[in-house]
Structure formats: C-alpha cells, structure tokens
Design a protein around this ligand. Structure first.
Ligand SMILES: Nc1ncnc2c1ncn2[C@@H]1O[C@H](COP(=O)(O)OP(=O)(O)O)[C@@H](O)[C@H]1O
Ligand SMILES: [Mg+2]
Length: 258
C-alpha cells in the first residue's frame, strides 16, 4: 500500500485537484483508492459531490475520538468506482488545537489508517493537506510512505519548498520514521509563458528526476468540473486536464514499481 501525502504549505497549487484526479485515474484502472480530506476547507469533499455540512461524522471525529469513530465509519464510495473518500469538515479547523494536549497528536491519522487497513485493503491512499505546516499536515506526513508536492512554476516556489524540506527533516528526526519523495509536480503551467518555462527549468535542475515528466497545464475545464462536483478525469475525459492526470497516473505507477 502506498500512502501519499499531497503537500505544499502554499494554497492554490492544485493539491486538491491532484488528489482527486490522480485518485480517480487509478481507481478507474481498478486499483482500490482512498482519498482523505484533511483540509478544513473540505474542497476535496465538495469537489467529489459530498455536502460536508450534512455529515454527522467526518475526519475531525476520527482524529478527535478514534475509539468511538473509526475511519471505516465515515467512508463514502465515489461514482461506483473502487474510489473511497474520508470526508473533511470545517470542524477540522479547531481539531489541531483540541489535539494539542495529546502525546499522540501527530500519530492519530496514521493509527486510523493502520486500523482501517487491517480489515480493508487499499492500493493507494492520498491525503489532501491544508495549506499550512501545522499538526494536521504533520499527521499526513507521519502517515505517509510518500510525498507528492504540487507546485506552480512561480518564483516563490523555492522558498516554500525549503521550509517544507526543513519540516520533513525535523519530523523524520524527532519521530524516527522515513518518508520518500514520490515527486514534484508542475501544475497550472501556461504554455508559451517564458517565465513559466524558465522557472520550470530551474525546478528541474534543482530536483532532477524527482520532478515528474508529466506537467499539468492550465485548463479551464478543470475548474468547471469542480462546479459539477466531479473530477475532470471522470467528467470530461478528452479535456487536456483529464489527459494530463491520466499521464501522471501512468508515471506514478511506473515510479511506484521501481
Ligand atoms: N490545471 C488546472 N487548470 C485550471 N485550473 C486549475 C487547474 N488545477 C487546479 N485548478 C483550479 O485552481 C484552484 C486551486 O486548485 P486546488 O486544487 O484547490 O489547489 P490547493 O488544493 O493547492 O489549494 C481551483 O479552483 C482549481 O479548480
Ligand atoms: Mg486544497
């Protein structure tokens, strides 16, 4: 089982879009895939057509009360695929503060996933992180076997990745675990924009073959599909955005097999 934290402390870099679409593409190939919405904004949940305000229990319940609410209780199947969602909720916003006094606060998600997968098997788990490096994101990193870092080809990308790197090093030292970088993904790429090409080249130079060959181009169909509550990969297969994520799924499978 591969557990991938989709992480970047910057918002709007396509973390949620990547989790939803990569997950959908893998599920369409018959791979059992679990999507975990760890962001209080619950964009992944809404984007998959689940209205979180109507939920009695969601991911915050699992993190706060793991003995009462196991992960299995909150799961929703998506579109008849082997695709499952652990929905997020606005209440995740104060979950960090409420977990603070507990010694196991960074391990809650990892324990919940371990519990779940004792009874159910998954090939892939994607954790959609909030745009911060707080306790929720720590939970994701601690639970993950791999990190996937989406980034726009913008100048600030470097500073952001430095603090992310520092946090990963600090966490792996203090919590004694290992997590591997699955890859850095260039998103929101605009064809014919010289600045994008220049910065993308710099990111490739710095991260070498850790940068996915696949690039996700800016495509208005991607945001349109959000309104439909379906990932572009399921909503409009021929859209460039859908084809980019299909190519990414292919590349991710190759990397995981290495
Ligand atoms: N390839 C793309 N082309 C056009 N719009 C995109 C693309 N990827 C994401 N978006 C849009 O950009 C916004 C931010 O994406 P999102 O996945 O929510 O980022 P994050 O989770 O990192 O905050 C969303 O409205 C989304 O629909
Ligand atoms: Mg998001």
């Amino acid at each position: 089982m591969n557990v991938v934290a989709v992480v970047n402390q910057k918002g709007g870099v396509a973390k949620t879009t990547t989790a939803a679409n990569l997950g959908a593409c893998l599920a369409e190939r018959g791979l059992r895939t679990l999507l975990i919405d760890l962001d209080p904004q619950a964009n992944l949940t809404v984007g998959l057509g689940v209205p979180w305000p109507e939920l009695d229990v969601a991911l915050h319940s699992v993190l706060l009360d793991p003995d009462e609410v196991p992960l299995s209780v909150i799961l929703r199947q998506i579109e008849g695929l082997p695709l499952y969602l652990a929905p997020g909720h606005l209440d995740l916003a104060h979950t960090e503060a409420l977990m603070m006094p507990h010694a196991d606060k960074a391990y809650r998600l990892r324990n919940a996933i371990e519990d779940l997968t004792r009874h159910q098997e998954y090939d892939w788990v994607f954790i959609d992180c909030p745009p911060s490096l707080g306790t929720l994101t720590q939970n994701a990193i601690v639970a993950a076997t791999h990190l996937l870092i989406p980034t726009e080809p913008k100048f600030y990308a470097f500073a952001g990745m430095d603090s992310l790197n520092k946090m990963i090093v600090a966490l792996t030292k203090s919590l004694r675990f290992r997590v591997e970088l699955l890859g850095v993904l260039l998103t929101m790429f605009e064809r014919g924009t010289r600045l994008h090409a220049t910065i993308a080249a710099e990111i490739r130079e710095r991260f070498g073959d850790k940068v996915f060959q696949t690039v996700i181009y800016k495509n208005v169909r991607v945001s349109e599909s959000e309104v439909e509550g379906r990932p572009i990969a399921l909503f409009d297969r021929r859209a460039p955005g859908a084809q980019n994520y299909e190519a990414l799924a292919e590349e991710v499978l190759l990397r995981a097999a290495r």
